[in-house]
Design a protein around this ligand. Structure first.
Ligand SMILES: *[C@@H]1O[C@H](CO)[C@@H](O)[C@H](O)[C@H]1NC(C)=O
Ligand SMILES: *[C@@H]1O[C@H](CO)[C@@H](O)[C@H](O)[C@H]1NC(C)=O
Ligand SMILES: *[C@@H]1O[C@H](CO)[C@@H](O)[C@H](O)[C@H]1NC(C)=O
Ligand SMILES: *[C@@H]1O[C@H](CO)[C@@H](O)[C@H](O)[C@H]1NC(C)=O
Ligand SMILES: *[C@@H]1O[C@H](CO)[C@@H](O)[C@H](O)[C@H]1NC(C)=O
Ligand SMILES: *[C@@H]1O[C@H](CO)[C@@H](O)[C@H](O)[C@H]1NC(C)=O
Length: 453
């Protein structure tokens, strides 16, 4: 008998176990056309007690959720195959186990699986699920199909001796249930809820792969990054992978560039902030070099978001560039006519103007320099013919000698070239000749008149 049951299981049940991983569990031995045998897993107490009580022809037999069968009593078989005596017993419906001699009880071990009960006293009993091969569980637990290569664990679960060890947040025989997916990812017509094995959490993935799921608004949205692409990062968050020269601010790629010598960031209000390398500071939107003074890098930093240079002595920050301070412009202590104000190493000094000389090389502020008599110290005009040198305050001029006049009127007076007056005498000579001629004519006329008269 036991052998026959086992054989039945092997022959009849094996084909039914070829359920796919997603189609777990329901394995039925019940013929399709017989609704009568299709018992649900849950059988109500009142049904158990009050219904489907089968009475055998032998009116003494009662069998709740089963039927009375008359069979040959154990060890009553004759060697010839006959039966010496029969008994009428209660045989339970499939998925039911014999509870006591007159009553069967639902097994709740899984579809098509029978069980045995052991009643200790009254309502206290133990159950043993008769799990077929390829299943695990048993005792009071329902039978579960073993995991194996053909029935792998899902959602990152690992198969351990036929049992799936599920990752956090997943459950089910094959870890097929994702806890959050019962309630998350609204609008399943457009959104799939999937387990994220890495994060051990769930993801809502839009069926339209060009869209992204916004977990706050719980809708699928197009990527708004602009000059960049949307990219999932961490848990339920996506960021913009922005194009070069752009940085994300509030889900959009905005231009952000500080040159190669700094990095660009946005402050909380979306204003660009340049973080410059040492020796660089932001100016006109990019990191600029602070400058070099006497071979060393000028220190600079940022004040009120603009470049500010710590300029060396004698220099000042002019729009982020160190420029010499024009100290003479603010206060010129020098004697104006003969000296001029200069800044040397950040200090004001007075220098003689050209054409003036100091007694010694040091000139105190306000002190005049002495006029240099160029005509004495050198022969400045000697290269100009027919001139003489005339000293002037701070300068000199070359003047034509008497009888000469300047040839190049437009030139610098120090470059005067002169020419003689000879050409100027010519017209005077002609006039003189004419006058003499007229005089001669006059004298002649007088002489002729005197002779006649
Ligand atoms: C009792 O069992 C018979 C078949 O044996 C079935 O047709 C009937 O529906 C059952 N009754 C109830 C109330 O479940
Ligand atoms: C369960 O019990 C029924 C009889 O009630 C029997 O026909 C069937 O083969 C059993 N199923 C298994 C899997 O042993
Ligand atoms: C068998 O069990 C049923 C259900 O628990 C109970 O109603 C019935 O009285 C029991 N019969 C015997 C003979 O113990
Ligand atoms: C991308 O950037 C370029 C130049 O920076 C700009 O002209 C263009 O409008 C930007 N495109 C978008 C979609 O923002
Ligand atoms: C950045 O620094 C390097 C090295 O000092 C320099 O050659 C380059 O011109 C700088 N770039 C800008 C945009 O200032
Ligand atoms: C310039 O640098 C040299 C050597 O680094 C130093 O000796 C000199 O004092 C510096 N001059 C000024 C004006 O800082």
């Amino acid at each position: 008998m036991n052998f026959c049951v086992s054989l039945f299981v092997v022959l009849c049940c094996v084909p039914f176990f070829e359920a796919t991983a997603s189609d777990v569990g329901p394995v039925s031995f019940v013929p399709q056309d017989s609704k009568a045998l299709d018992y649900g897993l849950i059988v109500h107490e009142d049904q158990l007690l009050n219904e489907n009580v089968s009475h055998a022809a032998d009116s003494k037999c009662t069998c709740t959720d089963g039927r009375c069968v008359t069979r040959c009593r154990k060890s009553s078989w004759t060697t010839e195959g006959g039966c010496m005596g029969t008994e009428t017993v209660c045989e339970c419906n499939p998925e039911y186990g014999l509870f006591n001699s007159t009553s069967c009880k639902a097994c709740e071990c899984g579809r098509g699986i029978n069980c045995t009960f052991m009643v200790l006293s009254g309502e206290v009993f133990s159950k043993k699920c008769l799990c077929p091969e390829g299943y695990h569980g048993g005792d009071s637990y329902p039978c579960e199909l073993n995991c194996d290569d053909d029935h792998p664990c899902q959602n990152g679960g690992t198969c351990n001796a036929g049992t799936c060890m599920c990752k956090r947040g997943t459950s089910g025989v094959f870890c097929e249930e994702v806890f959050w997916c019962k309630s998350q990812c609204k609008n399943r017509l457009t959104v799939d809820c999937v387990y994220n094995q890495e994060q051990e959490y769930f993801d809502c993935i839009c069926k339209d792969s060009s869209l992204l799921y916004d977990y706050r608004e719980e809708i699928c949205k197009p990527c708004q990054c602009g000059n960049g692409t949307c990219k999932y990062v961490g848990i339920h968050d996506w960021h913009c992978d922005c194009a070069p020269g752009h940085k994300e601010f509030e889900g959009k790629c905005k231009p952000c560039e500080c040159s190669e010598n700094g990095t660009c960031e946005f402050d909380g209000k979306g204003l660009k902030v340049c973080k410059c390398k040492p020796g660089y500071a932001p100016r006109i939107g990019i990191c600029q070099r602070c400058g070099v003074h006497n071979g060393t890098e000028i220190e600079c930093g940022t004040e009120k978001n603009t470049k500010s240079c710590r300029c060396p002595k004698g220099q000042q920050d002019v729009n982020g560039v160190c420029e010499d301070v024009d100290m003479c412009k603010d206060s010129d202590p020098c004697h104006h006519l003969s000296t001029k104000c200069v800044v040397i190493d950040g200090e004001i000094a007075c220098q003689c103007r050209p054409g003036y000389v100091a007694k010694d090389n040091r000139i105190e502020p306000g002190q005049p320099c002495e006029d240099l008599d160029e005509c004495v110290h050198s022969d400045e005009c000697s290269k100009n013919k027919d001139t003489k040198c005339v000293n002037l305050p701070g300068s000199y001029k070359c003047e034509c000698l008497p009888g000469y006049e300047p040839e190049n009127m437009k030139a610098d007076t120090r470059d005067t070239q002169c020419k003689g007056h000879k050409d100027a005498w010519m017209p005077a000579g002609v006039v003189l000749a004419v006058v003499i001629a007229l005089l001669a004519v006059g004298v002649a006329v007088i002489a002729i008149k005197a002779r006649r008269g």
